[in-house]
Each structure stands twice: as C-alpha cells, then as structure tokens.
Design a protein. Sequence first.
Length: 103
Amino acid sequence: MAAKLKKGDKVVVIAGKDKGREGTITSVDPSAGKAVVEGINMAIRHTRQSQQSQGGRLPKAMPVDLSNLAILDKNGKPSRVGFRLEDGRKVRFAKTTGDVIDA
C-alpha cells in the first residue's frame, strides 16, 4: 500500500491521550503501521550512566498508530490523504482542499 504519511509531514493526533496536539513525523514503520511524532506520546526512559552520557531519566517519543494521525492541510485543519496522477506522476493530495502535498 502507498505511504499516505511520510517522514517530515506535519500531523495532528486525532485519537488517544495526546488528541489535538501537533507535531512532525520523525520516522515511520510501515510494517507495524506506526510512526514516531516529535513531542507526542512521550515516555520516561531510565538510562545508566556511562563515559559518553550522563544517564538518568530521559524523555523519549514512542510510536503512535498511523490511524490516530491526520495530516495538516494548508489551512491547518486535519485532512485525509488521496492519490492522483499529475503529469504522469503519482502525487498525494489533501482531500479537504485538493492541494498537492508533494511538490
């Protein structure tokens, strides 16, 4: 299946404990159907001190299911993603405005 959400997309969380919060996708795992969004679904990771790092309690962004994310269109509203052919190229577009996401 084609990737509707990609690394670098500006998204909003539409379900879960972080509902309504916005962020940028830092990584996507298509096989698991999850994405890591900057500043969303934060968890505390306890790390041991070493010669390279201080250690302690470090916040880390955990993966969010792709079904709980929606891309933001140019108006800043959540939108679904569609695909269409333009000039022989398959492009993503926001269904709310019809604007092409990939330029």
